[in-house]
Design a protein around this ligand. Structure first.
Ligand code: ADP
Ligand code: ADP
Length: 233
């Protein structure tokens, strides 16, 4: 599970005009739950994503995964901490000179896994996302939806307990979006993941979210089970 407590990000601390981009954001996502963060452009979604996967240090507040406060870790602990949260980015951000299999293998290589264990793990992961037959294709030979599925496989390579999806369906056509959302709920169920699904697309969240937080000007202004919320576009 992931617990976000009082997460605040201020850019330009100490400057004449500091900007508070995240303001005391709190939420908890249990294993097996999909929490959607929805909000318009400028609401603070990318900054939240970057604070959650530790690419950005919050000004204050905590990101706690399975009881451990990741924001309290020093640089050496960060590498380990990043393994707990897998991220699927907008437009997958795969390396173009690497095949699907080689992209999925990246996190395992960084970790120094043996070739044999990497190959078997990559095989498992490509199976999981239904792309076993595309292992040797390069990103440009895959559809946008297939690239996003490779992104999911890569995000899961190190067996994280949290999956962060950052605008991952933006730019996908409706059919590819459907496949992506179905896969997301499948892996959530199969691997008992806590999923943070960040998007500006209202119509996607009603299809996957258990709970929803509406982010506006850096604050969660509405928070609850999907069926309790009245979401306005
Ligand atoms: P979203 O992803 O919801 O569009 P962002 O997190 O990208 O929102 O941005 C939220 C606000 O924070 C915007 O007003 C943006 O201009 C501001 N912002 C983002 N990054 C920085 C930064 N490095 N310095 C100052 N302001 C920033
Ligand atoms: P092991 O650690 O021996 O692989 P697990 O019980 O952790 O056994 O996993 C059972 C199956 O699910 C294995 O095939 C494993 O690779 C896969 N699996 C477990 N956790 C994850 C995860 N977070 N992402 C992807 N696959 C996973």
């Amino acid at each position: 599970m992931i617990e976000v407590v009082g997460l605040t990000k201020v850019f330009g601390v100490g400057s004449p005009s500091p900007t508070t981009v995240l303001d005391d954001v709190d939420f908890t996502v249990d294993a097996g739950e999909i929490f959607a963060v929805v909000g318009p452009s400028g609401a603070g979604k990318s900054t939240l994503a970057r604070c959650l996967n530790l690419l950005e240090r919050p000004t204050s507040g905590k990101v706690v995964v399975n009881g451990e406060d990741l924001t309290a870790l020093g640089t050496s602990g960060l590498r380990d901490a990043r393994r707990r949260i897998g991220t699927v980015f907008q437009s997958a951000s795969l390396l173009s000179r690497r095949t699907a299999a080689q992209n999925v293998a990246l996190p395992l290589e960084y970790l120094g896994a043996t070739q044999r264990s990497t190959a078997s793990r990559v095989g498992e992961l490509l199976d999981l996302v239904g792309l076993a037959d595309k292992a040797d294709l390069y990103p440009h030979q895959l559809s946008g939806g297939q690239r996003q599925r490779v992104g999911i496989a890569r995000a899961l390579a190190l067996k994280p307990s949290v999956l962060l999806s950052d605008e991952a369906t933006s730019g996908l056509d409706p059919a590819a979006t459907d496949t992506f959302l179905r896969l997301l709920t499948d892996v959530r169920d199969e691997l008992d993941l806590a999923v943070v699904f960040i998007t500006h697309e209202m119509d996607t969240i009603v299809r996957v979210a258990d709970t929803v937080g509406r982010l506006d000007h850096g604050r969660i202004v509405e928070h609850g089970r999907l069926e309790q919320l009245v979401l306005e576009p």
